[in-house]
Design a protein around this ligand. Structure first.
Ligand SMILES: Cc1ncc(C[n+]2csc(CCOP(=O)(O)OP(=O)(O)O)c2C)c(N)n1
Ligand SMILES: [Mg+2]
Length: 397
């Protein structure tokens, strides 16, 4: 089995990695889940060269996958990347105030997103554009908030995809509470909470782990370890591989190659199946890389070098699936050409939609704060009206 080891993936310099906590195999045992929690290996089904490798544990979750489904995963990743590139360009042109790119994380998001059932519920961060795509949220709706014309442009309940959450880690609590509700209702759906390596240091995430474990909540914690929390490397968040955190809370954790869409699909299916089967929470650490800046307000050249990015470029999630599709004759030239044309069409649609977004009514921000209104909001609305009127006075002078 060709598996890139954790050690090979665990980069850099810090005292944390010197402490040796990251690479060593542990023989500790805490019951049925111990094998996973103690295994430092990365789950990988497709190598960076696009070679399919066997995995005794997870192969069964993708065993029946058809050529059409494989092409579908590829299409999802390509169109998501194209959408993301358009959004970055639109920010540079002044059409968006900010953009948080998912470049490099397409496999983690599409693999996990396509593992979900329609009635599962997703709690994202602000970077889950690929998961939104899988949920059927129109990508143009993701852009309103980043243009500053709304507070989130979709109805969470239409697609079971919650609004983006900027407050790091807080959505893991929302997800846990929602999952506890699902369990009380006796429903057989599951919840997935996305968060980052930086978020793993938040108290909210630790509390979510505790509550979900104790109440056996049907939730999957999907941590995209993209190696950076703005300018802070993962070594500043943890002395152990993140997936091992779960063991201390009493549920399994697994590290998956986050640039391998098949592995992400398989591992997330497994974790969701556990949740639906009443086996409680799972932590999935998708080991990946943020290829771009944290957001368009960030300049990563200030804190990281090129070698790291180049090393991860060689593990590109889209390229590796393309190599596999070509080598195994799952797709022909026509498919790739058609997809290129579809990308162009999507790009055009996104550009046109953003430019056509109307500015909001200035008073809309005061609506929906309280269901039945509130004296304080009324006061603030009046203050705002007076402020607006003060501009009219100046103009009139
Ligand atoms: C509670 C809180 N603290 C700080 C911030 C500022 N902040 C925004 S993004 C970010 C880093 C998050 O890193 P990570 O969780 O790894 O997610 P990534 O951006 O890499 O996807 C921080 C500290 C915030 N939004 N919320
Ligand atoms: Mg991060």
């Amino acid at each position: 089995m060709t598996v890139e080891s954790t050690a090979a993936h665990t980069p850099r310099r810090s005292a944390g990695s010197k402490a040796g906590a990251t690479g060593a195999k542990s023989k500790r045992s805490t019951g049925a889940n111990a094998r996973k929690s103690a295994d430092p290996e990365l789950v990988q089904l497709l190598t960076p060269e696009g070679k399919r490798v066997k995995n005794a544990e997870y192969d069964k979750y993708v065993a029946g996958i058809t050529s059409e489904e494989l092409r579908g995963l590829y299409r999802d990743m390509v169109l998501t990347r194209r959408f993301d590139a358009e959004a970055t360009a639109l920010q540079r042109q002044g059409e968006l105030g900010l953009w948080a790119s998912l470049l490099g994380q397409e496999a983690a998001q599409i693999g996990s997103g396509r593992a979900l059932n329609d009635d599962d519920y997703v709690f994202p961060t602000y970077r889950e554009h690929g998961v939104a795509w899988c949920r059927g949220v129109d990508p143009t709706n993701l852009l309103g908030m980043f243009r500053g014309v709304n507070n989130g442009g979709w109805d969470p309940n239409s697609n079971n995809f919650h609004l983006y959450t900027i407050v790091i880690g807080s959505q893991t609590l929302h997800a846990t509470g929602y999952a506890m509700g699902i369990a009380k209702d006796g429903a057989d759906s599951a919840v997935i909470a996305y968060f980052g390596d930086g978020a793993s240091s938040q108290g909210d995430v630790a509390e979510s782990f505790t509550f979900s474990a104790v109440y056996n909540a049907p939730v999957v914690f999907f941590c995209q370890n993209n190696q950076w929390a703005i300018s802070e490397p993962t070594e500043k968040q943890t002395r152990v591989p993140l997936y091992q955190r779960a063991q201390g809370f009493g549920f399994p954790g697994v590290r998956v190659d986050g640039n391998d869409v098949l592995a992400c699909l398989a591992v997330t299916k497994w974790a969701l199946e556990r949740a639906r089967g009443g086996e409680g929470p799972t932590l999935v650490e998708a080991f990946t890389y943020r290829m771009g800046a944290h957001t368009t307000s960030d300049d990563p050249t200030r804190y990281r070098g090129d070698e790291e990015r180049l090393a991860w470029e060689a593990k590109d999630p889209i390229l590796r699936l393309r190599r596999y599709l070509e080598a195994a004759n799952h797709a022909d030239e026509g498919f790739f050409a058609e997809l290129e044309a579809e990308s162009e069409t999507l790009g055009k649609r996104v550009r046109e939609a953003v430019r056509a977004m109307p500015d909001p009514d200035h008073y809309a921000i005061f609506e929906n704060v309280y269901a039945d209104g509130h004296a304080l909001v009324d006061e603030e609305r009046a203050q705002f009206a007076a402020y607006q009127a003060s501009f009219a006075d100046v103009e009139g002078v």
